[in-house]
Design a binder for this molecule. Structure first.
Ligand SMILES: Cc1ncc(COP(=O)(O)O)c(C=O)c1O
Length: 317
């Protein structure tokens, strides 16, 4: 992976190499941080970089920080300003990924969330696919359970909780699968290792509810809106049993990194004949038009980086 040229670090844009931390940093030792993951999409037609739903990502970022009892001196507007400054400094003219991080920065020993000082960083770098195989994934139901909201807040993007995803994803990939599906404490399907899950079963589009230990995904919300507004389909939010998945007509993963990945097999059983479903493919086409700013109706989700700079706008609306 190509390293970024710059980082937002302790309130300033600095060369990436200057954004350094000591090995005693609390968040590095105890996982006491939270992060966000945004994508920027380059539009060749408009010669513009569009960041997708940054307000919603920053809202969840600040919510995740609150779950860690962090008092961040940041607002959504302030973070949007940092994002613009960083992207303009980086000068990216390609699809990219943006990683804001809030972390307890104290170099100290002692497990706790209080009497610590948080810091914020942000970097951006060119990025393509997250899933090597995003045309038809073969997934396995993991023996690792999804973290339970009473263990680590499941609805937040808490750094330490990603050990759970990493265990599930690596075991799955080393066994030859593309990704892992985790079950929650009740044995219901939670999500993929880095994405939410949807299935089409008996003609209904179904996704687990936000009370089933899932991350409250922004892509999940995007697809629910697009399904409703563009296809007249109301997504059913209900718990999903593991044995429903191989019986589904279609299934897909949805996440900022993953984007939309059709699931075509689960534990060697084909889903919907083992090929991406019609609805999944239609949604995929629609999604890529939306994120590149081609759909006027959803243009407000796409934050332009360079036009705003040319117009002298200090920070996006
Ligand atoms: C565990 C997990 N679930 C779901 C998602 C999807 O969330 P979003 O659509 O907000 O990127 C992600 C992605 O970041 C994730 O890491």
């Amino acid at each position: 992976m190509e390293l970024p040229k710059y980082a937002l670090f302790r309130g300033r844009i600095v060369p990436y190499g200057e954004a350094r931390l000591g090995v005693l940093t609390h968040a590095l030792n105890y996982g006491t941080g939270c992060f966000a993951g945004l994508r920027g999409y380059w539009s060749d037609e408009e010669k513009e970089l569009f960041v997708f739903r940054p307000r919603d990502h920053f809202k969840r970022f600040l919510d995740s920080a609150r779950l860690l009892a962090m008092e961040l001196p940041e607002t959504i507007d302030g973070l949007l300003g940092h994002l613009q400054d960083l992207l303009r400094a980086e000068g990216l003219k390609s699809d990219c990924y943006i990683r804001p991080l809030a972390f307890y920065a104290d170099e100290t020993i002692g497990v706790r969330l209080h009497d610590l000082t948080p810091a914020v960083s942000m970097v951006a770098f060119p990025f393509g696919k997250y899933f090597d195989n995003d045309d038809g994934a073969h997934v396995t139901v993991s023996s690792w359970k999804r973290i339970d909201d009473n263990m680590i807040p499941a609805r937040g993007k808490i750094a330490g909780s990603y050990v759970n995803s990493a265990l599930a994803r690596s075991d799955a990939q080393r066994a030859g699968f593309d990704d892992a599906i985790t079950l929650n404490k009740d044995g219901h399907i939670a999500e993929g290792s880095v994405a939410n899950l949807f299935m089409v079963r008996n003609g209904s589009v179904v996704t687990p509810p936000i009370t089933d230990d899932i991350l409250e995904g922004i892509t999940r919300a995007t697809f629910m809106t697009l399904l409703q507004e563009e296809m007249g389909i109301t997504t059913v939010e209900r718990s999903i049993d593991r044995t429903e998945l191989p019986l589904a007509e279609e299934a897909f993963l949805a996440g900022t990194g993953a984007q939309i990945v059709p699931i075509t097999r689960v534990d060697h059983r084909p889903i919907g004949g083992g090929r991406p479903g019609r609805l999944t493919l239609a949604l995929r086409d629609l999604y890529f038009e939306v994120v590149r700013g081609k759909k006027a109706k959803y243009r407000s989700w796409c934050q332009p980086v360079y036009a705003a700079a040319a117009a002298g706008a200090p920070a996006p609306a």
